[in-house]
Design a protein around this ligand. Sequence first.
Ligand SMILES: [Zn+2]
Length: 303
Amino acid sequence: MSAPVCRICGAGQVAERGRKRGAFIREEFTFHRCGACGFQFVEPFSGFAIYDDRYYRGEGPDPYVDYEAEYRDYRQTHRRHEFADMVRLAENFLRHRESAPAGTTLRWLDFGCGAGGFLKFLRERATVGGRTLELSGHDVGSYADLLKQKDDFRILDLDEIGREPAGTYDVISMIEVVEHLPDPVAALTQVARLLKPGGLLLLTTGNLDSPVARRRGIHYRYCSPEIHVSLFGPRSLAQLYARVGLVPHGVRYAGAVQFKVLKTLRHRPFAGALASLALHLPPVVWLIDRMYGVSAMPCAVKV
Ligand SMILES: [Zn+2]
């Protein structure tokens, strides 16, 4: 077997970082790290079959997933904090860009729309930055079918997204998607193609170069090898953007930080209630943001 090369920057300086058994698929996985850009990846890739109904109920490798609750009513889930944050960031971005005349629609694609909570949040808002939203989602699986057939959303599958004309979207959101993909360059190439010049990519993923991640190494909870197969830090994410012709765009998260804490306390109502109160204090949000490096991870713009 030849030594692996980095899937992001192509460097041959990839070293084994460690091995661990999956919590769900009881086999050994190897974590690799690129010495040039810091990108980490997991081998072997266990495939997409793991994303079944058990996974969607939180009975798979990610106990914080609850598609059923989100599909039923996203307002009752902590994800609403994250959704509002994404819209705030988009509005900040649009305010500083005067190109599109008021009154034109804002085309927004939620790439990896999952249970559809964000699409519903956006549909209820109807406008962002004073412009009427025109929504599309991209995903496959049972929830994508539900969103298309029952909720009348425009949901594109893999073939349809490939046929979408270049430069279609003003904003593309990609919330906690890229870490699941064995080939992030292919997905981001597609995203970059679909963005309009001047368009915004709102991408979130865990920061493997954050103080908490560095201290815990491969035992960091985010290093769940069955599902999180492409792991980034600020440097490797910027490298990924550069590879597909996007430019990093710095953001300051707030609600997304709150959500990251609250979701881990989903099964602990008392701690969750305390955290909800503490997270009203900006210094608490700031501290957690620094520990987990949330805002250190850039979004991107197509120039
Ligand atoms: Zn690299």
